[in-house]
Structures are given as structure tokens and as C-alpha cells.
Design a binder for this molecule. Sequence first.
Ligand code: G3P
Ligand code: CA
Length: 263
Amino acid sequence: MSDYRPLVFAHRGGADALPEHTLAAYMRALDEGVDGLECDVRLTRDGHLVCVHDGRLGRTSNGRGRVSAKTLAELDSLDFGSWHPGYPVDEEPLPEFSRLLTLDRLLAAVRDSGRDVKLLIETKHPSRYGAEVERRLVKLLRRYDLAEPKPDDRVQVTVMSFAALALRRVRAQAPRVPTVYLLEILPPGIGRGRLPFGARIAGPGVGLVRSRPGLVPAIRAAGHQAYVWTVNDDADLDMVLEHRVDGVITDRPRFVLDRINAL
Ligand code: G3P
Ligand code: CA
């Protein structure tokens, strides 16, 4: 028995079992007992924030071309679910397994769930869209009264990005919203654990943690937390638990929760 228990986040809703970024995936992850959800956001041509990882549509839908070249109405007509082995083929297809999720729809769903949910929102490619992604994001958070977080809020939003520029924009508009600086490789200076633009949390990839065993201790010595992605197997989970990371982001929340509950 140990007091240590990291937060568990369902990456893209828990992309292993169900189609990523679908309402069904997010709700299942909450039913499984995750602390939070991870979601990527991109802008449509007509300025809506949609929960899609890739810049192009081909891998996760029956559409073609770039997300940023489509309107929300065009994306709403696509099937984002039946490509995935977890799509329920024996039943009448249900929209929650295949419908595009907008960030607005996801925020409404987590609010209406009445649960405590930590939502990690990753903005993709801030340079391509100028400051528009972060501007629209903060506007939406304000609409849900999430831009000025209070300790008893049931839904707590944290914004993540690989781009320091995006973190700076979020901090300028919503300084109290916590941010995660995501790391795939080690930029200069970060090896000593310091993060840019007021980021409270570092988000190193699991490969980076493996190749730099001193990184998580340095992050924590600098007063930050570490959320590690994407932890999907025993070896990686053993390693990050040994590092006492603060958050585990996984495509397989049930597997991670079972291991952590047995600690
Ligand atoms: O949680 C961070 C992680 O999602 C970053 O990688 O490519 O899956 O968005 P990616
Ligand atoms: Ca992501």
C-alpha cells in the first residue's frame, strides 16, 4: 500500500478501446474512473474548435483533405468511428461512436456528466492559425466559466502545447488557467527543469523520460509537476511510476487504473 497515486488521463478519450475523440470514448473513460481526459483541438475553416488529432482527415474518418479546409457542417457529415476495431458493428450505429466532437460539445458533455473531470486541451499548430486557436479557446472557456478556475469547480481545464508561443498566448488572455509544456525532445534549458511562460507542468513523452532519466527529477526539483504521455505498456508504466510522475496519459486507461489501484 502506498500514498502515491498519479492522476490518470485518457489520451484522446482512450484511443485503444474506442474511436479516438468520440463522445463514447470520453464517457467510457469517465465510467472507468479516470481523473481526466486529453483532447487535441484544431480550427475549422469557419472558426470552430474541433477535437481531431491529425491535420488531415484520412486516418480517422471517411473524409479526405485538411481539417482546416473544411467547415463544421462538412465535418459533421463524416464518419469518425467505423474505421476503428472498437466500433460496435453488431448494433445500430450510434452517433456517439462516430460523430465529430467539437470542443464545445465535449465541454457540455463533461459539465453535464456532473463528475469531477480534469480536461487537458492540447492546441495543435499555433503558427499555422496565428493566434486564433488560443483566442477561440479562451473565449469558449469563458463561456463555460472555466477561464477563472476556482478550487471547487468540477471541471478543471489545463491547456497543453508543444509550442511555447501557444502557452504565452494562453497566459496573456487567461493567466490563471494552468498550462503544460509538452516535450518530445529536449529544448535548451529545459534539462534543468525550468519551463517557459509560467507553465506549471512539463509533459515529456515517455521515450524522452526513458532516454533522460534525470529529467523528471529535474522538473520536480524546479517546482513543476510532470505528466508523461503516452504510457501504454507495463515497461513504460513501471518506469514512470518509479519516477513518481504526477500524471499518466494513456490510450489504455483501464489497464493503467488496474495497475495503479493495486499499488
Ligand atoms: O498528451 C500529449 C500527447 O497527446 C502529445 O502527442 O501526438 O498524441 O498529440 P499527440
Ligand atoms: Ca495530444
